[in-house]
Ligand binder design. Structure first.
Ligand SMILES: Nc1ncnc2c1ncn2[C@@H]1O[C@H](COP(=O)(O)OS(=O)(=O)O)[C@@H](OP(=O)(O)O)[C@H]1O
Ligand SMILES: Nc1ncnc2c1ncn2[C@@H]1O[C@H](COP(=O)(O)OP(=O)(O)O)[C@@H](O)[C@H]1O
Length: 289
């Protein structure tokens, strides 16, 4: 048997990629660091330590078992690598680094996570995100806010507010939030994210329970009365089409970690809401490595 240099394939570093990344992959035996055995791999010049390759063979699911076979089934003189197909990206390779999430979390004395604040326009998402970031910052924790409005100024400037684009908006923010959580940060995503299916898909991107959904459950009438940007007025006048809560749906979470609502007709202060979330983080071990 030939020594396998795939970082995710052997020994302590082995972790089946499907559990973390959901790749579709298959194993392709190839020559040792060179040659073109699969007809599409050219490995010359690649350092062994960088190799964990997944093949673009459709329909072959990975499993711990199949990934292990990567070590066992090679012909003498060959090693096996696995390339993957993800969406429209074919023959791509995941690079591992010995400095991982755990090391970064240790450095930061916290656990990377995503706090996903969802609610109607005007419910107070941005205000809460800022209050939470400020309170955590004072306590020595590193945070980063992905605010819907702000992200639409750059990364998502190509997206409109039709259903398809909102779904893509949520997906992209989910992916970026996942990266920030992997970086060890407490990532606060505050966007309307009106669709349950897309929010749940973002939750599914994170392997452990590090997706914390916060529903800012403020009634439409209150949000509309606040109307800080005058958007509800424009929507009611028919000057904005497809406005959430007016003529576009908002699907409330059915089972989320934290619900914030009015008490006796009064909205808690942003600081009080932030404290509620911080208590959750503390009780669930996110504020230590
Ligand atoms: N049609 C329509 N519906 C809802 N909101 C609208 C719309 N058009 C513009 N805006 C402004 O865009 C902000 C919402 O952006 P999001 O990225 O959070 O929305 S979404 O998650 O993609 O639904 C939202 O900001 P917030 O008020 O902070 O929520 C609005 O200011
Ligand atoms: N807890 C709160 N109590 C009272 N008013 C609030 C609260 N949070 C936010 N607001 C006000 O509501 C309006 C909308 O807040 P904002 O954070 O912009 O909401 P969103 O980001 O959900 O659109 C702002 O005028 C803000 O000052």
């Amino acid at each position: 048997m030939v020594e396998c240099h795939s970082l995710r394939c052997c020994g302590d570093m082995f972790a089946p990629p499907t559990t973390k990344l959901g790749f579709r992959h298959a194993v392709v035996p190839v020559g040792r660091w060179g040659g073109r055995r699969s007809g599409r791999l050219e490995l010359s010049g690649l350092r062994p330590s960088l190799l964990r390759i997944q093949a673009a063979l459709p329909g072959q699911e990975s499993s711990p078992e199949s990934a292990k076979r990567c070590c066992d089934s090679s012909a003498p003189g060959t090693s096996s690598y696995v390339l993957s197909t993800v969406g429209n990206s074919t023959n791509i390779l995941w690079h591992e680094c010995p400095v991982g999430k755990l090391e970064r979390q240790k450095l930061l004395s916290q656990k990377g996570c995503v706090i996903w604040i969802t609610g109607l326009s005007g419910s107070g998402k941005s205000t809460l995100a800022c209050a939470l970031s400020r309170e955590l910052h004072y306590r020595g924790h590193l945070t980063y806010i992905l605010d819907g409005d702000n992200v639409r100024h750059g990364l998502n400037r190509d997206l409109s507010f039709n259903g398809e684009d909102r779904a893509e908006n949520i997906r992209r923010v989910g992916e970026v939030a996942k990266l920030f959580a992997d970086a060890g940060l407490i990532c606060i995503a505050s966007l309307i994210s009106p669709y349950r299916k897309e929010r749940d898909a973002c939750r599914a991107m994170l392997s452990d329970s590090s997706f914390i959904e916060v529903f800012l459950n403020i009634p439409l009438e209150v949000c509309e009365a606040r109307d800080p940007k005058g958007l509800y007025k424009l929507a009611r006048a028919g000057k904005i089409k497809g406005f959430t809560g007016v003529d576009d749906p908002y699907e409330s979470p059915l089972d989320c970690e934290i619900v914030i609502k009015q008490i006796d007709g009064k909205c808690p202060t942003p600081k009080a809401m932030a404290e509620q979330i911080i208590s959750f983080l503390d009780n669930n071990g996110f504020l230590q490595a």
